[in-house]
Write a protein that binds this ligand. Structure first.
Ligand SMILES: CC(C)(COP(=O)(O)OP(=O)(O)OC[C@H]1O[C@@H](n2cnc3c(N)ncnc32)[C@H](O)[C@@H]1OP(=O)(O)O)[C@@H](O)C(=O)NCCC(=O)NCCS
Length: 151
């Protein structure tokens, strides 16, 4: 990430920008506003971050959910014109640091089976393929692979 961008906690007033990106990046399978509101309401178990660009706009976001010793990467996304510059990696590293702070023993996630870029990012950060969920993404019906990182 460049010195001109920074990470911050996601708050409700970021959701309009986040939902615009969500629509652009995930299409029919995107999360709804209600899903994000519900995630942000779970203060104790959720840790959501945004990446803020030079002009204060949201250019990426990511979220972690933790229950006892297990954590889940709920989402990770970078605006199309900012992809490939290390922001996805920085957001993921920040989530994993939070998982470490919470002393979890495993971090799991689902990622589209056809999303090679994201899978490579996760593999580089210690995740391993752990399973397949057929038709996991709705309404598209795309398959997900499950990836797990042992602490
Ligand atoms: C997956 C995603 C979050 C990665 O974020 P990013 O900022 O583009 O990724 P980074 O710049 O940090 O790069 C991470 C790795 O992917 C590689 N990469 C990034 N974009 C790439 C591309 N278009 N083609 C090939 N490799 C690419 C980088 O080289 C880097 O690899 P390295 O660690 O070997 O150097 C981003 O592409 C995205 O938002 N995609 C759409 C939404 C999505 O798929 N989210 C994941 C849901 S599980």
């Amino acid at each position: 990430m460049t010195g001109l961008t920074r990470l911050a906690r996601m708050r409700w007033w970021h959701l309009s920008d986040v939902l615009t990106l969500e629509r652009q990046l995930f299409g029919a399978d995107r999360w709804t506003a209600a899903m994000f509101w519900s995630e942000l309401a779970e203060h104790a178990t959720r840790h959501y971050l945004i990446a803020v660009g030079e002009s204060g706009d949201v250019i990426g976001y990511a979220g972690l959910c933790t229950y006892a010793t297990e954590a889940y990467v709920q989402t990770l996304a970078v605006r199309a014109d900012r992809q490939g510059s290390g922001m996805g990696r920085d957001l993921l590293v920040a989530l994993l640091a939070e998982a470490d702070r919470r002393r979890v023993t495993t971090v799991a996630l689902e990622v589209r089976a056809d999303n090679a870029t994201a899978q490579r990012l996760y593999l580089r950060h210690g995740f391993e393929l752990a399973g397949l969920r057929r038709g996991y993404y709705q309404p598209s019906g795309a398959d997900a692979v499950v990836m797990v990182r042992a602490g």
